[in-house]
Design a protein around this ligand. Structure first.
Ligand code: NAD
Length: 358
């Protein structure tokens, strides 16, 4: 059996608890993984003076695959997001967030199965921000006299042809590989004519090279309404960073919430898997949050390793636990613990082995 080496970033808040649950279920799926655990986030800040130590980055660069628990980002002050920094430093330009409704989960619509492809490296997440009263902010206010209120803080939103080209290409390649029929580009090009306008313009060019896949454009405000009312019309969505972040949470709400929404971040040769949700710090240490979002991110990791059989065994076990509805965490209406859900998933995998005679 091949052993895969994976960098493990437990994260903080409820991260370490769900990471433990995932390690357990992945081992039970029959895949051999050597985990290389590294620190990042607030604890790393205390230990190394930086929330993203070089050792963590080097480990991911060396192993090429990482599984990550969520990391808290202080609001307003403190260090910048480690999650954003990891994606930028490792050039993990594509964020893939499948939103599939599993039977048993109560949701507003049946049959939702769409995929959000979010650009990860630019847009308002580029980290180019000028604090209120700073010389750069004041200079911009003076330059754009009358257009910016006095005392404003300012963020810059870069959207480039190269980053747009590669994310839209990623979305079409994904659609082709997974037999998806349609790609919808989402932006707000009626208002941000140059930045979001460029996003659509480049997307249209990439789409013209993939005539077998339907292509359409939606304005992001209308997209929110459409997704809430008729999500089954959509298949693969491709969006700039900020809209992608927001729409991912909306889509998570369509399939049972953040507790079941997985994700993966991809560069040319590195992949980092993490749930859509954050560190849910109020539940830290309570063994209470849903591990399924990170377990399904683990399924994506196994697919990435081409451990196809183990990946479907694990996904089927998750689906069986959800369909049975007996062992669910609070967010899905149950009262089971994080570890009880992991154990129920493991039990389902064992039941499958007995049924299959394997
Ligand atoms: P959150 O995702 O942590 O929580 C939002 C809501 O969803 C809360 O009610 C929470 O309890 C619930 N929730 C989240 N995950 C759950 C799970 N697995 N099971 C059941 N319920 C779950 O979002 P937030 O409160 O806005 O952010 C908390 C911190 O996480 C912030 O510091 C934020 O910056 C950070 N964050 C990190 C990541 C990441 O690591 N990729 C992503 C988003 C937010």
């Amino acid at each position: 059996m091949k052993t895969h080496k994976v960098t493990l970033i437990p994260g903080d808040g409820t991260g370490p608890e769900i990471v433990e649950a995932v390690k357990k279920v992945v081992a039970a799926a029959g895949v051999s993984i050597e985990w290389e655990t590294v620190d990042a986030g607030a604890d790393a800040m205390e230990k190394y003076g930086t929330p993203l130590p070089l050792q963590a980055l080097e480990s991911v660069r060396r192993n090429k695959v990482a599984l990550k628990g969520p990391i808290t980002t202080p609001v307003g002050t403190g260090f910048r997001s480690v999650n954003v920094a990891l994606r930028k430093e490792l050039d993990l330009y594509a964020c893939l967030r499948p939103c599939k409704l599993y039977p048993g989960i109560k949701a507003p619509h049946d049959g939702v199965d769409l995929v959000v492809v979010r650009e990860n490296t630019e847009d308002l997440y580029a980290g180019i921000e000028y604090a209120a009263g700073s010389p750069d902010a004041e200079a911009l206010i003076a330059k754009h006299k009358g257009k910016i209120h006095p005392g404003a803080a300012i963020s810059i939103k870069p959207i480039s042809p190269s980053a747009t080209q590669r994310i839209v290409k990623f979305a079409f390649d994904y659609a082709l590989k997974h037999n998806r029929k349609k790609v919808t580009a989402v932006a707000k090009a009626n208002i941000m004519k140059f930045t979001d306008g460029l996003f659509f313009e480049v997307a249209r060019k990439v789409a013209s090279r993939h005539p077998q896949i339907e292509y359409e454009e939606r304005l992001v405000d209308n997209m929110c309404m459409q997704l809430v009312v008729k999500p089954r019309l959509y298949d693969v969505l491709v969006l700039p960073n900020l809209y992608g972040d927001i729409i991912s949470d909306l889509c998570a709400g369509l399939v049972g919430g953040l507790g079941v929404a997985p994700g993966g971040n991809f560069g040319d040769d590195i992949a980092l898997f993490e749930a859509v949700h954050g560190s849910a710090p109020k539940y830290k240490g309570m063994n209470k949050v849903n591990p399924i979002a990170l377990v399904l991110s683990g399924v994506m990791m196994l697919e990435h390793f081409k451990e196809t059989e183990a990946a479907s065994r694990l996904e089927n076990a998750v689906a069986a636990v959800l369909a049975e509805g007996k062992t669910l965490t609070y967010d899905l209406g149950g009262s089971a613990s994080t570890l009880a859900v992991a154990d129920a998933i493991i039990e389902k995998m064992q039941d499958c082995k007995i049924v299959d005679g394997r």
